[in-house]
Design a protein around this ligand. Sequence first.
Ligand code: 4NP
Length: 160
Amino acid sequence: MSDQISVAFVCLGNICRSPMAEAVFKHTVKTRNLDDQFDTITSFGTAAYHVGEDPDYRSTQVCRKNGVPVSHAAQQIKSAHFSQFDYILAMDRENLRNLSRIQPKNSRAKVLLFGEYREDTQFNVIVSDPYYGGVDGFETNFRQLSHFSETFLDREIAKS
Ligand code: 4NP
């Protein structure tokens, strides 16, 4: 289908938040039987430190506990990706600033905080870096990402 949507999720290292976002979003799409509406769904880091690595075990653990499969190898976002995706969705404002530095003029992608899709104010719009904290940070990230995924599909797929 020519109007399929491609989505990329972006954090700093691409081992904690954005691979979780990718997994949760894919699972939500599948649960709603919307697979045919999407082309690529993937994730990136703005930094290269962890390229090639599996997601952090805490991200995988929280996803699996919630019945969400995870499979990703970390990759760094580059300028060329801005012509390959319709949406590039950042986890926090630093990610967004880093993206704006490499975004080509007139890029295809809409670049925004994934938290722009928040509707329930119990959730913070910022998906905070959980790397140096405990598993509770990952649990909070999971709940935010589930909510944002649902509202993204409500808003963007209902439109098409
Ligand atoms: P992420 O978390 O951006 O959610 O993947 C981090 C992963 C690694 C580091 C920082 C944040 N790090 O400093 O190595």
